[in-house]
Design a protein around this ligand. Structure first.
Ligand code: SAM
Ligand code: F3S
Length: 479
């Protein structure tokens, strides 16, 4: 193992009497990174997470720049933080994530309260960067105080410099690769997070083992294109996601595996075969396609056609007939005609997509699509988005209704928010189910018969509490 984590000097910790406040925008990768930042700063600076900014000495924002709206939120929030800082000038404010990576020192120009600017690959350097910000602030010889900035891409170094994972429940995310080398014409990710880099196979398995020893039962393998995972093994061979999932399933205690998010071109036969070989792999696949029109897919540089996507889904469903499929869709890509959009609706219907993400195309500076002609009005794009979301919502509701009367394997996660006597857990297709049960069941798999389908969750009753590590056959309902 290559854990080379060094706690920062104790001098810095004594400067802080308050806690750490973190806001996270964007994807699960950002949530994972924010958890890591919090556990790192607790170890180095004794900072405990707080829920209110006024209780914090260090305020961090982990940002997303995939769409313009997410980016603008950052600056309006920083406006509010400026106020917190004027009340207590000793506070340290840091901005990380993709906006930091893209904008760098421009952030400080727009928001002078920011002391530290770090990228998705340099968050492990935060303790030293915070110390440096405090040093600059305290040095009277430095008249023009600057922000401490490190938005470089030191490959996978960050994972070697983060503390051991800490468990927060029975389900855990494990980041296995970073970045993206696909360069879709609309997307900033390859520029903000760098090209695809995979963590070594043994490092990932070590992290999963540590989590399993602390009671984790479900692992969600994360990456911008997680199915492009190519991790080096101890013998120098390269493991793909299929090999990795076999490694994860062999770890005692791990009984459910998810992976997000994937690229259609990386759904190799060996990954598809996992749906037959690995019972722990859920019958749920999140596979973004973005558009149902071949013309638009070509303009997006997705490098595949709709037919190929359908063929992949057909192969997976041959192995798992009840597979729930979700995806990402971009509505109103430059040049999208009414017919192109209708093709997307047709595909959504044909493949029966479950709850999915759909957003209006957002022009991102520096990406090729930003230069494409676009004569569709925003009003028309908004109407298309409503039509898309209505269809997706109707299908999601129909799938929930089809689950009525079925018995689902549920991982019990916590007490329900509805009542002290109820528990909450998730089905394989990621629906929250609330049901009566003893808190002893938290962390176990139980069979729950679905009795009610509500808008955002299901209700059910426990029909069996299977022994740990037995795998019930996947449930079938007509999709
Ligand atoms: N692996 C995924 C794939 O194959 O597409 C990529 C995940 S990407 C980080 C997250 C999602 O953000 C994309 O699937 C896309 O729908 C959305 N997205 C990226 N750039 C966008 C843009 N310029 N406008 C709107 N949505 C965008
Ligand atoms: Fe973005 Fe396309 Fe990669 S959507 S994250 S460039 S697969």
């Amino acid at each position: 193992m290559s854990q080379t984590f060094h706690p920062a000097s104790s001098n810095s910790s004594s400067l802080f009497t308050g806690g750490l406040y973190v806001i996270t925008y964007g994807c699960q990768m950002n949530e994972y990174d924010s958890d890591k930042m919090a556990s790192l700063l607790e170890k180095t600076h004794g900072l405990k997470l707080v829920t209110e900014p006024e209780d914090a000495d260090v305020l961090l924002m982990n940002t997303c720049s995939v769409r313009e709206k997410a980016q603008e939120k950052v600056f309006s929030e920083l406006g509010r933080w400026e106020k917190w800082k004027s009340l207590k000038p000793n506070r340290v404010i840091g901005v990380g994530g993709c906006v930091a990576s893209q904008e760098g020192k421009v952030i400080r120009k727009r928001a002078p309260c920011v002391d530290v600017i770090f990228g998705p690959q340099t968050l492990h350097r935060l303790p030293a960067m915070i110390d440096e910000a405090l040093r600059i602030r305290g040095d009277d010889r430095i008249k023009k105080k600057k922000a401490v900035i490190d938005i470089s891409f030191p490959e996978i170094e960050k994972f070697d410099n983060l503390p051991e994972p800490e468990v927060n429940g029975v389900s855990a995310m494990v980041s296995v690769m970073e970045g993206c080398s696909k360069y879709c014409t609309f997307c900033v990710v390859p520029y903000t997070r760098g090209e695809e880099v995979s963590r070594p196979y043994d490092d990932v398995l070590h992290e999963v083992r540590v989590l399993a020893q602390q009671g984790v039962r479900e692992i969600n393998l994360l990456g911008q294109n997680v199915n492009a995972y190519r991790g080096v093994m101890a013998d120098g061979e390269i493991a793909d996601l299929a090999v990795l999932m076999h490694g994860v399933r062999a770890i005692n205690g791990i009984d459910r595996i998810r992976f997000t998010t994937s690229h259609p071109n990386e759904m190799t036969q060996s990954i598809i075969n996992c749906y037959a070989e690995i019972p722990e792999l859920v019958s749920h696949l999140h596979l973004p396609i973005q558009s149902g029109s071949d013309r638009i897919l070509a303009m997006m540089k997705r490098n595949h056609m709709v037919l190929e996507y359908k063929s992949t889904i057909r192969k997976v469903r041959a192995l798992r007939p009840n597979l729930c499929l979700s995806g990402d869709f971009i509505i109103g890509f430059p040049g999208e005609s009414c017919d192109d959009f209708k093709e997307t609706l047709k595909l959504v219907e044909e493949l029966n997509f479950d709850r999915s993400f759909s957003f209006i195309y957002s022009e991102r500076p520096g990406t090729p699509a930003a230069g494409f002609p676009d004569d569709t009005s925003l009003d028309k794009k908004k109407r298309r988005l409503v039509a898309m979301q209505d269809l997706l919502n109707a299908q999601t509701e129909a799938i929930s209704n089809a689950m009525l009367g079925t018995v689902e394997r549920v991982l019990v996660e916590r007490l329900s928010r509805h009542s002290f006597t109820m528990l909450a857990g998730r089905t394989e297709n990621n629906r929250v189910v609330n049901f009566e049960g003893s808190p002893d069941l938290i962390g176990q798999f139980v069979d729950v018969e679905i009795t009610e389908a509500l808008n955002n969750s299901l209700r059910g009753k426990v029909v069996a509490t299977p022994e740990a590590h037995t795998h019930v056959a996947p449930q079938f309902y007509a999709l």
